[in-house]
Write a protein of this length. Sequence first.
Length: 208
Amino acid sequence: MLGNNNIFCPQEALQIASGRIAQLLNASDIAKIVGVDVTTIQSLVALFEQNGVLRILFTYYVNLNQRLIKTPKIYFEDVGLAVRLQGWTAFEPILLSPYFGHLFKNLVLSEIVRFFLNRGEEPQIFFVRSKAQEEIDFLLQLSNQRFIAIEVTVTPMDMTAKQMHLLDSLKLNIIDKWVVSSVRSTDFANARVICLDQIHDQLAMLHN
């Protein structure tokens, strides 16, 4: 529930954030909705991240300073919490909602994170976004400057020519390209199709 009597409650901001999973973090917009200043929202986001509620992803840049000034994306560490904050009480309606795709992306991210945390490692995960707003959902950095490019779609579809061009422009050692989906499919020309339940096995083969 949102706060009442014009008294700001941090849960208000978190509830709004739950509806913006996998989207660029617009602290100014959230601040306007809940009636506080931008710095308060930025501090709350940092606090939620430090306490394992949110995971903030930055766009990939070789230059760390340039990376940090770009607008990040917001995800939840616990997808179930996000589902609750969105107000869902049954699974079937989620499948038909416009939120399902974003929740699925969050679920995929959670599985990738869990793979590394189970091994005592902090995952290095970014997203890729061009000036023309072409995107790749996740760019996962492995050891020895190797990368996996990951696009998440509920229904399998190949990476586009524009996405491939974007990846090529990074000039990185991208050793694999995945399309992670909720259903099984044959591989595409540009990427391999990986189901959600295959993520850990596939990462184990590539991670060393």
